[in-house]
Design a protein around this ligand. Structure first.
Ligand code: 5GP
Ligand code: ZN
Length: 114
């Protein structure tokens, strides 16, 4: 899909800071960092949202989250926890319509993110 910003990032047409990449996903820093290290895990196959995944793609993408989360945590000893956020549909605050999973590091008991 040529007008998809995340397809362009996956194809290298738009620059991004890659955190992790393999044949199934690309994980890169969110341009707007909720907290430092805020990462988007994006399937290389263009699916709009959760409702478009089949079981094989879901298994492949979601099973990679712990490994990517560990890599982010290892990169910064100050990271104490992490939120996983996945917005599906405009009413659920999805703004880029190529499915992605937010990994948002947490640093203290009371830090906040938008
Ligand atoms: P959503 O609101 O759809 O769950 O999240 C979309 C995310 O994509 C937002 O957090 C936004 O900052 C991020 N984003 C939008 N455009 C770009 C871009 O060109 N590069 C990167 N790295 N992130 C982007
Ligand atoms: Zn796309």
């Amino acid at each position: 899909m040529t007008d998809c910003i995340f397809c362009k990032i996956i194809d290298g047409e738009i620059p991004s800071y890659t955190v992790y990449e393999d044949d199934v996903v690309k994980a890169f820093l969110d341009i707007s960092q909720g907290t430092p290290g805020h990462t988007l895990v994006v399937p290389k196959k263009h699916v709009k949202d959760l409702f478009e995944y089949d079981e094989d793609l879901a298994a492949a993408v979601f099973s990679r989250l712990p490994k990517i989360a560990r890599a982010i945590k290892k990169s910064n000893p100050a990271i104490k926890g992490m939120n996983i956020v996945n917005n599906n549909g405009e009413v659920a605050y999805q703004s880029v319509f190529h499915s992605h999973i937010h990994l948002i590091p947490r640093y203290t008991d009371h830090d906040d993110f938008k």
